[in-house]
Design a protein around this ligand. Sequence first.
Ligand code: SAH
Ligand code: SF4
Ligand code: F3S
Length: 473
Amino acid sequence: MKKHLYIETVGCQMNLLDSELVVASLRRRGYKLVDRAQKADVILFNTCSVREHAEEKIYSALGRLKHIKRQNPQTIIGVLGCMAQNHQANVFQRAPYVDLVVGPGQLHQIPGLLDEVAEGTAQRLEVSLDRKGFAKNEIEQSFEAYDPLRTPEMRPSPYQAFVRIQIGCDKFCTYCIVPKVRGPEQCRPPKAIIAEVRQLASEGCREITLLGQTVNSYQHQNGSITTRLSDLLLQLSDIDGIERLKFVTSYPCDMTDDLLQAVGSLRKCSHYLHVPAQSGSNDILKRMKRGYTVEQYREMLSRIRHYVPDATITSDFIVGFSGETEADFVLTKALVEECRFKNSFIFKYSERPGTKGAMHHVDDVPERVKKQRNNELLDIQNTISYEDNQVRVGKQYEVLIEGPSKNADKHNSSGPLVQLAGRTMWDHIVVFEGNPRLIGEILPVTIYEANAFTLFGEVQTEHVGPEVYQLSS
Ligand code: SAH
Ligand code: SF4
Ligand code: F3S
């Protein structure tokens, strides 16, 4: 009999990819994916630790499963990912009915662990080594990159795929738990990445997003041959069938000229860069140990504009970090106003036990102030996004059509048409009516309306005229 699997995923793209790969490996073993925990024999949560709120949400979700386990003790409940690595056996203390706790460096073990638990083994904990107290290579080996063979039907969209090029992080920003839970920075060999992208292309994939916590610090050494991200992009550009290449997340200090030249000159590279600034105050950046000043961040932006004049840039900001004064916050607002990011993701500082931030700095900005600063910064960003999107009305963009829009069900479309969504080479989300047959195609769409987050357009199915906004070269 087929076993039923339910999985819930929170966190970043790394987690989405991990879940995709875990599901793929279990489906190969005969598991069937279901959409409700109640229907499942195995319930997995792939978790995030970046903020306390993300962890608390998982514990409440686990709490709701208690009765399922009581009714059917055979149900297996597993906690995977960053919170598993962060809390380890403490997960069993807070949720004693959990059977499996598996860190992000141990995901390859899941099929075997599920078999063991099904056969009656007691709770199992599989995590990687702590970053202190062991030799560097031992720690690295304990965080195993999880990139098994891929199959197109496992992906959310057959036309797009994430490909991991780097795991872990060595930057140790003082607020951040990621270096602890994801382990040391390790870069995958270019050969493995290229083979994976070739396979994806042969399965019909058109857009690849390369993933790494500081993806632009990618560097791989093989004897005397060094491969940087720019070299990798050049090699991936040669793969037939792949039409778009993106990479996230970039670290400001690693935005080298060779990389920007590659982005500016390779036809398939999206002119979109996610380079979080985090704060506009040098005092705060120093306390965050980000490794750059506002002046250096600005200089980096001007180099982006030099090599890729039409690039869209997005950022992350943390408000209410320890010691952030009103004057610091004013500087952050000024930076957002000056840089005119396409979007900014804004987060209230959440102290993470075990980080340098929690050890050395008091979380002294009241929640009320964090909330207010968050809203204020969001308002500034949304106004900029709205204004900049108005300039796009009337223009035509090539859009990779990803699938039905989020509101496709509610949208009143005519005949066989549905509301579809896709993205431009600058990462704008575009929504328009079209036949579902168009999904996976790259077609020109004329924009007739825009809000801060979305462009609304009309698809042109005939000949692509020269007026279409394409990347130059
Ligand atoms: N590697 C990426 C970010 C990973 S975490 C980078 O370096 O940019 C994603 C975002 O979460 C960060 O950019 C930061 O803005 C936010 N973040 C990380 N730790 C946080 C914390 N303790 N509290 C609030 N936000 C946090
Ligand atoms: Fe966290 Fe900093 Fe690493 Fe990004 S670069 S994952 S913010 S430690
Ligand atoms: Fe969260 Fe882990 Fe990603 S902590 S942001 S899921 S790397």
